[in-house]
Design a protein around this ligand. Structure first.
Ligand code: BGC
Length: 256
């Protein structure tokens, strides 16, 4: 199964805390071939309930996607298609074989990956980390902090750097975009927390490049210049579609 064979026809879906977003992806260019569809994440967001939403999105694009596999990004550890954690989603996901559940429901191969891993692969293939050798760490700043490690463009999955313990607490509770919102922090105040976080991460892993993704990366100019790091740090290029694009890409890669 080659990426070329499905160029323009692979559906990527990104499951988030508030919305489930999907679109067909052209794997040659990494671009969406149709406007994204967004449906509110059901409450409670159990695998079955979310499966219904995923099905609605797949039905919408039935003509574009043919019989290609579908890639799905979830905000949790995904080990060979099995969800293993639930920091920001319903605990019912833990230990569910999501690949098997959704493959049966959608009647076609479905491949589930961690959302930050999907974004990292998309940025490595088509975006801010394209052609970058060495160690790239992408972090997504949103409800939580997700991370993806690339070495010469190849992913090491499920790194979970949002859960590093920093100053006695889970780093994402203090430094994610949700902490900025929850505590009404200015960009300058939030940047102090990001400074502490990224300094810690770079001291442990010595990356060659940081890429910052997540919705807030649109506003990167408001906080990235405030950081003083030895590692270059840039905003993600694919912005909000990185999860969709990477999920689609990995669906074909895993399916081969
Ligand atoms: C989860 C990660 C996820 C990140 C971003 C964290 O709380 O543990 O798996 O990638 O949030 O959604």
């Amino acid at each position: 199964m080659s990426h070329q064979r499905y160029a323009g026809t692979v559906l990527g879906i990104d499951i988030g805390g508030t919305g489930v977003k999907g679109a067909p992806v052209d794997l040659e260019s990494g671009e969406l071939t149709a406007d994204r569809v967004r449906i509110d994440t059901p409450k409670p967001a159990t695998p079955e309930a979310v499966g219904g939403v995923v099905q609605q999105i797949a039905d919408k694009f039935a003509n574009e996607i043919g019989n290609a596999p579908i890639g799905i990004a979830i905000p949790a550890v995904a080990q060979k298609g099995v969800a293993r954690s639930a920091a920001n989603i319903d605990p019912a996901w833990v230990d569910v074989d999501v690949d098997a559940l959704f493959t049966e429901r959608l009647d076609r191969p479905v491949h589930v990956v961690n959302d930050a891993d999907a974004a990292g692969v998309a940025e490595g293939r088509y975006g801010a980390a394209k052609g970058v050798d060495g160690v790239v760490i992408l972090t997504t700043l949103g409800t939580g902090i997700g991370s993806a490690f690339l070495l010469d463009g190849k992913l090491m999955p499920n790194t979970e750097l949002g859960h590093l313990e920093l100053d006695g607490r889970d780093a994402e509770r203090h430094a994610a975009q949700s902490a900025k919102e929850r505590e009404h922090l200015s960009y300058a105040e939030w940047a102090e927390r990001l400074q502490r976080y990224y300094s810690y991460v770079e001291g442990l892993f010595w990356p060659d490049l940081f890429v910052v993704g997540g919705g807030i990366s649109k506003k990167a100019d408001a906080f990235l210049p405030l950081l003083d790091l030895r590692t270059p740090i840039v905003a993600a290029k694919l912005r909000n579609s990185a999860g969709i694009v990477g999920a689609a890409y990995l669906a074909v890669e895993f399916g081969s």
